[in-house]
Design a protein around this ligand. Structure first.
Ligand SMILES: [Mg+2]
Length: 154
C-alpha cells in the first residue's frame, strides 16, 4: 500500500503512535509518504523533527505556497496513488477519490467534538465539520456492531 500522512495536527497529535505505525508499515513493505503543508525552506527542520519523533518514511512532499491546500493534497494523493491518507483536514480528505481510505484525525484540539456530537458544527483546520454527517446515532452503532459480530449490543 501507499500511505500518506500529514504532520501538523496529525503526527504532532500522536508522534509515538505514528512512529510505531510508520515503522510497522515500512517493515511490512508498504510505502509511507509525508504529505503536509510546510514551506519548502523548512525541509531540513521538518526532516529533523520527524527523525526526533522516530517517524520512518520513503519520501516527503511539502505544499509550500499552494492557494488551496486541500486541492493540492488531493492532487498529490492521486500522483502518489495513495491507498490510505491520515490527515486532520476534512477539506483535503473530502477531495480525495474513493480509492483512498481516509483516516480523519479529529483530536488535534481544533475541533469541538462535543458540539459536533450534538449535531452542531465544529470549527476544523480546513473547514467546518457538521455533526449531521459525522454523528453516529446509537442505533447505527448497534446495527454496525450486529453486522460485525452477529449479536446485539445494548
Ligand atoms: Mg494538518
Amino acid at each position: 500500500m501507499n500511505i500518506g500522512i500529514d504532520i501538523d495536527g496529525t503526527i504532532t497529535a500522536a508522534p509515538e503512535f505514528f512512529a510505531v505505525l510508520t515503522r510497522a508499515f515500512r517493515q511490512a513493505g508498504h510505502k509511507v509518504y509525508i504529505v503536509t503543508y510546510r514551506q519548502p525552506l523548512a525541509v531540513q527542520s521538518t526532516r529533523d523533527e520527524l527523525a526526533r519523533w522516530g517517524i520512518e518514511y520513503d519520501d516527503m512532499h511539502l505544499c509550500g505556497n499552494a492557494e488551496d491546500m486541500g486541492q493540492w493534497k488531493a492532487k498529490i494523493a492521486g500522483l502518489l496513488d495513495l491507498d490510505v491518507m491520515f490527515d486532520d483536514m476534512p477539506a483535503a480528505l473530502c477531495r480525495m477519490g474513493p480509492s483512498v481510505t481516509r483516516f480523519w484525525l479529529c483530536d488535534g484540539g481544533v475541533h469541538d467534538l462535543e458540539r459536533i456530537a450534538r449535531g452542531g458544527e465544529g470549527v476544523a483546520a480546513g473547514g467546518v465539520v457538521s455533526g449531521q454527517a459525522s454523528l453516529t446515532p446509537r442505533s447505527r452503532l448497534a446495527r454496525a456492531w450486529n453486522s460485525l459480530w452477529g449479536r446485539g449490543r445494548k
